[in-house]
Design a protein around this ligand. Structure first.
Ligand SMILES: [Zn+2]
Length: 347
């Protein structure tokens, strides 16, 4: 019953949003008035490990499924928004070196946007998943004012994703690499302890945001250090990958080791937002990812700590807001759809 009540039919032309992930595609429909027709995840297997042909076919299936589920006549669909994990160009060409989800050699340099466009015969608008999520966070936060406002979003997951939005549009960059916030290097004084080694990121940088504020950073950098200071901690007996995933539950109980780790993450994001303040001076600083799903008291503490370590000038403090943005499991598909709607509206 829930499923039936949570699906609506279109009253105008629409765009479809397709989020391509490592195991699943997620699909949504957005109508011309800015209303989403489904309020839950609608998934199918993404088949990315089988190579581009299977994966594009699976995206086409996701498209057919979602228009059928919402009883949307195909003639009402004006465009499709697509997002995938990077690295990919601004126009949806997967990196010549492939990527985590695109290991198969036939993916290297593959134009996934162009392939889907030919397959379904509709314009396809591409964004990487982090930028799509940032775009959705922006529109969700600002609502009707979204097209005149600006934001920066940091989304803490396995890595640190995010994006920069100006006047409702995500900044893509010349090579599609704008808003790679995880790989911005930050000043580390008053983030790290005096005897703490400078953490390294998978990208080759040292001391960037992702090397501190990500699940990978907890496992590789922060827990190994802090467990030495709390040798009797119950997580010391667990393998690091498992311990890293369990840490949030300890944070919710105000465990001192967990608070030390998450405190460092919040400070690192505050340093990033301080750079953003001097770079694009956004109207909102948005935070998403696992931390948003945590207990209310913990997530509020985290957001407050980020805010305390973001140095804004008085004029900026008067106009800027800080917020947690929820529903990020649907953010990719929804952000991709928002980008497609904007493109259609821009003519
Ligand atoms: Zn990095």
């Amino acid at each position: 019953m829930d499923q039936l009540e949570s699906v609506r039919t279109p009253s105008s032309w629409v765009v479809v949003g397709l989020d391509n992930g490592g195991t699943c595609n997620n699909a949504t429909v957005l109508d011309a008035t800015g209303q989403f027709l489904v309020d839950h995840l609608v998934e199918n297997p993404s088949l990315v490990t089988e190579g581009p042909e299977s994966a594009v076919e699976s995206l086409a299936e996701a498209f057919e499924n979602i228009i059928e589920l919402t009883s949307t006549p195909r003639t009402l669909v004006r465009a499709v928004g697509l997002d995938t994990p990077g690295p990919a160009s601004a126009t949806g060409v997967i990196s010549s070196k492939g990527g985590t989800n695109f290991g198969h050699v036939s993916w290297h340099g593959y134009d996934i946007r162009g392939a889907l466009e030919s397959r379904i015969g509709l314009p396809v608008i591409y964004n990487n998943d982090a930028n799509a999520a940032a775009l959705y966070a922006h529109h969700r936060h600002f609502g009707a004012d979204a097209m005149t406002r600006s934001s920066v979003s940091a989304i803490v997951g396995t890595g640190l994703g995010g994006g920069v939005v100006e006047n409702g549009r995500v900044i893509g960059g010349a090579a599609g690499m704008a808003g790679e916030l995880g790989h911005v290097q930050i000043p580390l004084h008053d983030v790290l302890e005096d005897d703490q080694p400078v953490p390294a990121c998978n990208c080759g940088f040292e001391g960037d945001v992702e090397s501190i504020a990500s699940l990978t950073a907890i496992k590789n950098n922060l827990l190994p250090y802090w467990l030495k200071r709390f040798p009797e901690h119950p997580l010391a007996a667990e393998p690091l990958a498992k311990a890293a995933k369990k840490l949030r539950a300890y944070g919710e109980k105000e465990d001192p080791l967990a608070m030390a780790v998450f405190g460092q993450q919040a400070k690192a994001i505050g340093k990033l937002f301080t750079i953003a303040a001097n770079f694009t001076d956004p109207g909102a600083y948005l935070l998403g990812g696992g931390v948003v799903e945590a207990a209310p008291r913990f997530r509020q503490w985290f957001l407050n700590t980020v805010r305390e370590h973001t140095q804004l000038r008085q004029e900026q403090q008067a106009v800027a807001s800080f917020a947690l943005v929820a529903d990020l499991d649907m953010a990719g598909a929804r952000g991709a759809a928002v980008a497609a709607l904007e493109r259609v509206n821009a003519g």
